[in-house]
Design a protein. Structure first.
Length: 177
């Protein structure tokens, strides 16, 4: 059984993170996104799953600031929330619970109610185990086109989803994706 620990990134991890994320997505776009978020001071959380015996990076979770501009009765409001993107696991260790461990660790240790909610784009069958739901069902939609079931939200501050709605804007570096 693979033994690993979870920790925050260090400066010395940056190149290895780029390699890991590129391998996980079989391209460099998402890895370049992580670097751009870091360069713009918008990489709020950068967590790593690290193999205990070798120190090899196995997984990575990036979290950045997101803004919701209210609509309807809430059009004069905006809320600062968080976005998870990307969640990456090396292909050769996928399916071993590393992504799940990273998500659970972040949700348990860092999901601060000050941010109200967290959003992501991903497979609903996977992310509903963490409490994510279809964002459109709650009146939230992404500024860009995407499959509606892929855009998901999870409440951090109890009651937020019933008291807000609007358009979701990720950090400007996502425009390059």
């Amino acid at each position: 059984m693979l033994k690993y620990s979870i920790r925050s990134e260090k400066v010395s991890d940056i190149e290895s993170i780029h390699q890991l994320v590129s391998a996980a997505f079989e391209q460099a776009d998402e890895a370049n996104l992580v670097n751009a978020l870091r360069d713009h001071g918008a990489l709020l959380f950068s967590l790593l799953a690290v193999e205990e015996e070798t120190g090899k990076l196995l997984g990575h979770l990036a979290v950045s600031p997101v803004v919701i501009e209210g609509d309807g009765a809430y059009q004069s409001r905006s809320w600062q929330v968080l976005g998870i993107a990307p969640l990456s696991v090396l292909p050769e260790v996928q399916g071993q619970g590393i992504g799940k461990a990273l998500m659970n660790f972040w949700l348990e240790e860092y999901a601060d109610p000050m941010y109200k909610a967290v959003v992501l784009l991903g497979d609903p069958a996977y992310y509903q185990q963490f409490g994510f739901e279809n964002a459109a069902t709650h009146g939230f939609y992404w500024e860009k086109q995407c499959p509606p079931e892929a855009f998901q939200i999870r409440e951090i501050k109890e009651g937020f989803l019933s008291k807000a709605s609007g358009k979701v804007f990720y950090h400007q570096v996502f425009d390059g994706l």
